[in-house]
Design a protein around this ligand. Structure first.
Ligand code: CTP
Length: 408
């Protein structure tokens, strides 16, 4: 059964070597019943002939902005109004930069600027170009300015230039599956009947009745993941530290304060879990003897204070080594430097299947921020998700997990 019947997809092809994969993308979309129109940049045409795309899509390929003949057929504004979705694949560093600057210097950039429909971008470039601060800034501006835009990938691995790292265009099959999920009316519920347990937010470790040790975690990433798991059909239990967020609809929330309470609640809900996400920022230490009364500086002549703290249990490592271990144990790593080496080591040390690594202290990302960027680390591959707001990031991460990981 075709799954994209009557769906109109406009595919924009930028000038990167991954353009050769776009031919396969058109074939797969057409095979799913989609109507596909192709627009190519000058650079795109240097990598693949418009005639190839014309043959595969069954329609003339659009390349020129200032071509009176083309404008008389389907002009740039009409083209921008035609599709249900615009997909830019490959979205090169140059194309992202031009879009971020609002340039309308070619047919493709012009129609994207005029578009009202969702725009998806599949970045493809050399790993150093992807990691360049200016590219990351462009991504950041694009997602800030266009909350309805979505990034697919990039993937990580060996590149056409011989280097290894993030920047590979996502495989056409994965892009088509994501489009089916987004464009078809029937809800996609790959997690139906599965129980998912998450921790989120900070923990608070009391020192006395009015004071505690804690951190800046807002809980937003864990809550966004819980919401997406629920939307994908899972039975979701969210063990939450003290945060200001409303409980997502349909999610069972259990509120805790300390790390030890969090662990007890997790262990209680562990039986029959399919996946466990440790998104909480658990305080590393606690004070074993909490003062019964408020500590008074004057009475106790406190001009300095030494606290004999004990380490908190590691909830992620405990679940990973548990007799009732879920099929998937997924941790986070928030790091200020050496993100990937630290995160890879953390995955092995804690016995997790996957680590979702995020840089904290860069632009507007991480713990308290609205936005985040994540690199997923598995034992055999890594995958980067671009900087974006936490809700759309959680959606991308969960889509990827359901499509690429959970079925293995
Ligand atoms: N974690 C946990 N229990 C703890 C500490 C951390 O479950 N007591 C989980 C977090 O929820 C996260 C992962 O472990 O999924 C990594 O947390 P992080 O704070 O980055 O690592 P730490 O173990 O605290 O290591 P370090 O502070 O040395 O980076």
């Amino acid at each position: 059964m075709v799954k994209l019947a009557r769906k109109k997809i406009l595919l924009g092809i930028g000038g990167g070597i991954a353009a050769y994969k776009s031919a396969m993308l058109v074939r797969l979309l057409v095979a799913q019943g989609a109507e596909v129109r192709v627009v190519m940049t000058k650079g795109g045409q240097a990598f693949i002939q418009p005639l190839t795309l014309q043959a595969l899509s069954g329609h003339p390929v659009h390349c020129e902005l200032l071509d009176p003949e083309a404008e008389a057929g389907m002009g740039h504004i009409e083209l921008s109004r035609w599709p249900d979705l615009i997909l830019l694949a490959p979205a090169t560093a140059n194309l992202l930069a031009r879009l971020a600057a609002g340039m309308a210097d070619e047919l493709l950039t012009t129609l994207v600027l005029a578009a009202k429909v969702p725009v998806w971008l599949a970045p493809a470039m050399n790993q150093q170009m992807w990691q360049a601060a200016v590219t990351q800034r462009n991504l950041h501006s694009l997602t800030q300015l266009n909350p309805h835009w979505q990034f697919l990938g990039p993937d990580s691995g060996s590149q056409a230039c011989g280097e290894v790292g993030p920047g590979r265009m996502l495989e056409p099959q994965a892009m088509v599956e994501a489009m089916i999920a987004a464009l078809t009316a029937e809800a996609w519920q790959p997690l139906a009947g599965k129980k998912i347990l998450l921790t989120a937010g900070p923990t608070q470790e009391p020192l006395d009745p009015v004071r505690f040790l804690s951190n800046h975690s807002s809980g937003k990433m864990g809550y966004a993941l819980a919401e997406q798991c629920q939307a994908l059909g899972a039975d979701v239990v969210l063990i939450s530290g003290p945060v200001e967020l409303a409980c997502p609809a349909g999610v069972q929330r259990i509120r805790v304060q300390t790390a030890r309470e969090m662990l007890a609640a997790v262990e209680q809900h562990l039986p029959q879990c399919f996946a466990f996400f440790a998104a909480a920022a658990v305080a590393d230490f606690y004070l074993p003897e909490v003062a019964k009364h408020k500590l008074k500086k004057a009475e106790q002549q406190l001009d300095s204070l030494t606290l004999n703290l004990l380490p908190n249990p590691d909830i992620l490592a405990t679940v990973a080594g548990h007799q009732q271990r879920p099929s998937w144990v997924i941790g986070f790593a928030a790091e200020t430097d050496n993100l990937l080496p630290h995160a890879r080591a953390k995955r092995v040390r804690k016995g997790a299947d996957l680590i979702l690594a995020n840089q904290v202290g860069m632009f507007d990302s991480g713990m308290k921020a609205e936005n985040n960027a994540i690199t997923l680390i598995a034992d055999d591959h890594e995958h980067s998700f671009a900087m974006q707001d936490k809700t759309s990031l959680a959606k991308e991460v969960m889509t990827y997990l359901c499509q690429q990981i959970f079925r293995n």
